[in-house]
Ligand binder design. Sequence first.
Ligand SMILES: O=C(O)C(=O)C[C@]1(C(=O)O)C=C[C@@H](O)C=C1
Length: 320
Amino acid sequence: MSAPAAPTTTRTYSYLGPAGTFTEAALAQVPEAVGQNWRSVNNVGEALDDVVSGRSDAAMIAIENSVEGGVSVAQDALANIPGIQIIGEYLVSVNFVLVARPGTRIEDVRVINAHPVAYAQCHLWLDATLPNHEHIPASSNVAAASTLFEGSLADAAVAPPNITKHYDVELLAENLGDNPNAVTRFVLVSRTVVVSEPTGSDKTSLIVELPEDEAGSLLSLLEQFSTRGVNLSLIQSRPIGDALGRYRFVIDADGHIRDERVADALLGVKRFSPSVIFLGSYPRADKAVITHKTRYSNEVFADARDWLRGIVSGETASSD
Ligand SMILES: O=C(O)C(=O)C[C@]1(C(=O)O)C=C[C@@H](O)C=C1
């Protein structure tokens, strides 16, 4: 008789819905998520709350757009909600169409429903084509279109090109995006986990505060990375919110916290920063291999530590 199959537990993934959003397209890139339970939510806060409360095992959230920059609502939520870690990164090309209830003519469109990040990426086209339009913010690109059938005041919606597969809408215009190469970067977050092994193509995300009123503290922060040969792909200030002029820095560094040079840089940051949030070390979506000078390799850091240990223990001559 064959052994009974091991019980499998279904995992739940939260994403900004409804079905058809770019966030759903990002989640479709996660092999482990395929065939699992996908929970559609209305905003980033709800997605993160699902993870923290245990309702979901992980959540996919948009974090940066190549045209609009950092998604501030996501960056601020990650700064304020403890116990969350980024475990993966995914890229989705984004483009937009204008849709309406069947029978609508483009010249009749005045009020447009659109997600704020999507609206910002289409404003050149919208300003040129519909100069008198009014914008109503939507919770997602697909919600913008779906609410056209639920008594929305909007005449049209900015939506992803695949919207016609999900709703019986009239396509009024295509390729609305101001930049045809626009890409949104998404991250998969879970509750805090043991950090994965480095892959050689990793990214480490942090949120750092600086000591108050200390001249040159931003330079000191940057030096922690530059003196260890660690490149930064993102450094963005976000208001802490408690007083004017108080900012925290959202940072993406090339490399993994298990890389000696990244760990050493983080220790340097921790020594002078009043708050360092480690958001995770995870494989990069672009698969770019991180290169560095030999003097920043793990072995060189280990040799230097052995040398110091030898001196302190009296085993090594100080010139070895
Ligand atoms: O996932 C979607 O389709 C969304 O509506 C969200 C979102 C975002 O949150 O930034 C995702 C990608 C686009 O750049 C614009 C909007």
